[in-house]
Unconditional design. Sequence first.
Length: 334
Amino acid sequence: MVADLRLAIHATLPDRYARYEVLASTIDHRGRLTALVADPAQGLTSIPHFSMLRPPPRFDAIAVICDGAEIREIPLTDLGLWFTHIDTHIDTLGDGIVLAAARCEPVGIDVERYRGPVPEGELHLTDNVRVIDGDGQTLSAFYAGDGIEQLMTDAQGNIWISYFDESNYWSTNPDGTRSYSFMIGLARWDSAGGLPWMAPSHSPGVVWCDCYALNVGSGMVHACPYTDFPLIEIDADGIRSVTPNPVTRCSGLAVSGSELAFLDQHRAGGGFRWEIRRARRQDGAVTETHREHLLLPDDRHPNGWARGKIGRDETLWLHEDGDPRRWYRYEVHT
């Protein structure tokens, strides 16, 4: 029998921001709720899915960092990260933040030209990642590819970006051209936007079609990419190990030593079910051990899909679809 497990409420965006639109929300590596909020009176509107790209409007916003009762605000002016059919991502970096826009396809280049190198001056690539200090000043801005699934920073100041199945990236060549590639999977950037480390496409037993689950821990990163969901362990030098994984459909991940917790979610009985599939890694294999049905703190089943899915070591943070103001916490207890 699958046991029910009640999630803990971790953090809630303070009521003072109730009238603001939440453009992005996350839990950083220190466990702090971090959100990008904007006054809707500026004319912010939802942009239709699958619409054509157009120049983004400019707007002002506030980055809010909540550390228990302590709240810090970073005012942001004249932002232009409001693209069509995208999510905006946020995380803390040093005493400031990093923002990213998920979609940034180049304009003015015919698809036929994707097959060969293109002079860099003919590509109009968007700097879709912006690093901002604690005073709201931009320190760096750089192009990080199209199709960002998730962005997380670590304690060392690295920016980890995972990608979904429509991802693509124009990599630089020594002769001043750029070449098109797709199915990026996972990349690590420094705060200045230097040349990234990218998950190698030739990793044995790995197809980087979509990085479904990502865990950015204090000393190690774990990922489970679609289509086969292997458990990939990554350190500062690159991929350390690839372990076959029988747990598919996992969209979130918590790791504590050999103990693993995979988030699986599905529709059931006309509603939504969030489920943890517990497993253990041993002797080069992952073995599922048991399952847990997740309930919210008021003992109810969720009203929507789990979003956020921020994995950091043994902890996984989630929020309900449509409610990025309230975050719940799951922890692996060995």
